[in-house]
Design a protein around this ligand. Structure first.
Ligand code: CAA
Length: 239
């Protein structure tokens, strides 16, 4: 049974991904940063163990991965799902809003990949999937910080794919469109109506529709898919 670690896994796309991987036969570990109450409820519902640490904290990621590995075994699949928004037009954006988003979305991916990559190289097998966003491809007013991280994750992933290919390690990005999660339900209703009007499918994605793509990309049989960005956005934007 392969061990899969999903960050930001107790709600939204992360939770759907953790459950889909469990159904596909993986031994899953769910990372969370805040809300231990939600983590507890998630574990009670799914029996997937939850491990708390902040992906923006480099040392905490190393320690967290060590804890997961001592309980479940070596991490062979990493899903970098944890991400935040701090939306504001650039002319109103604070340094804190810029830094927080970079530290979690982009720094978190570095920290987590760094914590697992040496083991994956030694074992000559690894699957890394990172959540991008349609907005990292298309841009989005109010998201210079978020879009910069999501675009940055694509360059990171392409580079990591080149480094890992000869060691049996793949790294890919999924770029979801607007998905039915807490992050999207926080958007102002009027703004949301405008966003929905711009989605040809006429609806938000379901978290499960993103999760099934993760299961596909991390499969042993997907070893030749490397450095790719898979868009799942209801035809909103075609890169
Ligand atoms: N495009 C261009 N200009 C826009 C705009 C848009 N979409 N939205 C607002 N503006 C302009 C307004 O026209 C206005 O211009 P003027 O001052 O010249 O009249 C200016 O921005 C300020 O408008 P507001 O007073 O409404 O601005 P605000 O500062 O209160 O909020 C905003 C602006 C932050 C962009 C807000 O509209 C917002 O949060 N929009 C949603 C952004 C978004 O889609 N976020 C995605 C979150 S979900 C996610 O990120 C998941 C994922 O991966 C898809």
């Amino acid at each position: 049974m392969r061990v899969a670690l999903v960050t930001g896994a107790t709600a939204g796309i992360g939770a759907a991904t953790a459950e889909a991987l469990q159904s596909a036969g993986y031994r899953v570990a769910a990372n969370f940063a805040n809300r231990p109450d939600m983590a507890q409820a998630f574990t009670a519902r799914t029996s997937i163990p939850a491990f708390g640490w902040n992906v923006a904290d480099h040392a905490a990621c190393a320690a967290g991965v060590a804890r997961v590995e001592s309980q479940l075994g070596p991490v062979e699949v990493l899903v970098n799902n944890a991400g935040i928004t701090r939306d504001a037009m650039l002319h109103k954006m604070s340094v804190a809003q810029w830094r927080e988003v970079l530290d979690v979305n982009l720094g978190g991916c570095f920290n987590m990949c760094r914590a697992v990559i040496e083991g994956m190289r030694e074992r000559r097998f690894g699957r890394i999937v990172t959540m991008g966003s349609v907005n990292g491809l298309s841009g989005q007013a109010g998201q210079t910080n978020y879009a910069a991280t999501k675009a940055g994750l694509i360059g990171f992933t392409k580079s990591l794919a080149l480094e890992g290919a000869s060691r049996g390690i793949t790294a890919n990005v999924i770029a979801p469109g607007y998905t039915s999660t807490d992050m999207v339900s926080a958007i102002d209703a009027q703004v949301m109506a405008h966003i929905l009007a711009g989605i040809p499918a006429g609806r938000l994605a379901l978290p499960e529709e993103i999760a099934r793509c993760v299961v596909f990309l991390v499969a042993d049989a997907s070893g030749f898919i490397n450095g790719a960005t898979l868009s799942v956005n209801g035809a909103k934007y075609m890169a």
